[in-house]
Ligand binder design. Structure first.
Ligand SMILES: *Cc1c(COP(=O)(O)O)cnc(C)c1O
Length: 356
């Protein structure tokens, strides 16, 4: 079986470093906070060319905290694409606001920025461009509207648009194990160039407390675990190389599959450097193709089979034709740092056979 993602290759590279780092944490029994977390926050901010990073417990918390930091609350509306992982919408509701879904561009899969602008009302407090599959959305279209731009950067660690990784007011990312930068459990972070927003996220995520037992606002407990910080720091040092390996694998898929009848290859927007969290093609009869590939040992997946506005907690009765069309055609091929050419050739061979 060729897995959709093979994390064991990354682990093999960092195993010794993680063991030594974890020993150091355990020998001090300093399980929460500590220099490991601060060092990772500093390194991740540098990697993302941003001034501030606050580590939190997971990507969904990161989104909720970022929304709360920019002032999103009850009665507000937030505009987001219908084709994302459900967490983008969950965070809006958890922050007390109403999600307002918009469609996506059918070629890039990214938020339709014209539709997003058209959805802004006097109640809109934020827009959430999602950097889906590893390329940055055209955030420049969404700035200067008098609302906050909160980036869902869970899939775009290291991606750039016109040379820049961070494009909005504040960004939330996830270090779920399968992400480009993945922890050994749940973890996430918020990044921003705005000191006040960073302080606000830190305050909210530490029980509303900047000073021990002084609680100025109602907060949460959402911290980046110290043992996870050790893993993330070791992986971060290799992330640029691993992202380059993903890009090389994406190029090779494009070579292997270009001209194959029925297959639509992923499109990269001009100015974008894509980090290929996922390599998503479009095929006819997707469910049959998916099942036959899996039956033949090719670990394909679907991200995501149901647009958020059609999931049970969010059913609105609205229709978003592009998001709905794509949900029926998209297929994620195996991609991860260390995937071999032979594995990719096998994926292409089976896919071409299944489509014939
Ligand atoms: C993974 C992901 C999240 C949520 O992150 P968790 O760490 O799993 O909470 C949010 N948005 C997108 C687009 C994601 O891919």
């Amino acid at each position: 079986m060729i897995p959709p993602v093979d994390l064991s290759l990354q682990h093999a590279e960092i195993a010794d470093e993680v063991a030594a780092g974890w020993d150091a944490v355990v020998s001090k029994t300093a399980f929460v906070g500590g220099p490991q977390v601060a060092e990772f926050e500093r390194d991740y901010a540098t990697f993302s060319s941003v001034a501030h990073c606050v580590g939190v417990a997971n990507g969904t918390d990161a989104l909720e905290l970022a929304l709360r930091a920019v002032g999103v609350g009850h009665g507000d509306e937030c505009v987001l694409p219908a084709n994302s992982f459900i967490a983008t919408a969950e965070a809006v509701v958890r922050a007390g606001a109403k999600p307002v879904f918009v469609d996506c561009d059918p070629d890039s899969f990214l938020i339709d920025t014209k539709a997003a602008l058209a959805a802004i009302t006097t109640r809109t407090k934020a827009v959430l461009p999602v950097h889906l599959y590893g390329q940055l959305a055209p955030v420049e279209d969404l700035r200067d509207q008098g609302i906050a731009v909160v980036e869902d950067a869970a899939q775009s660690q290291g991606a750039t648009r016109n040379g820049v990784n961070f494009l909005g007011d504040i960004a939330a990312t996830s270090f779920y194990p399968g992400k480009n930068l993945g922890a050994y459990g749940d973890a996430g972070a918020v990044t921003t160039n705005n000191r006040e927003l960073a302080d606000r996220v830190r305050l909210l995520s530490r029980h509303g407390s900047a000073e021990k037992y002084v609680h100025s606002v109602l907060g949460f407990n959402s911290r980046l675990d110290t043992l996870q910080a050790v893993v993330l720091r070791a992986k971060l040092r290799r992330l640029a190389v691993w992202n380059a390996q993903r890009a090389a694998a994406a190029d090779y898929y494009s070579t292997l599959l270009s001209g194959v009848a029925g297959v639509k290859l992923p499109q990269v927007l001009p100015g974008n450097s894509h980090v290929w969290h996922l390599y998503v093609i479009r095929v006819p009869e997707r469910d049959r193709v998916h099942d036959e590939l899996r039956a033949n040992g090719v670990g394909v997946a679907i991200h995501y089979p149901t647009p958020i506005h059609q999931t049970e907690p969010f059913v609105t009765g609205e229709t978003f034709p592009n998001a709905e069309l794509l949900a029926g055609e998209i297929l994620s091929l195996p991609i991860f740092p260390g995937i071999t050419r032979a594995q990719q050739e096998r994926v292409a061979e089976v896919l071409i056979g299944v489509l014939a």
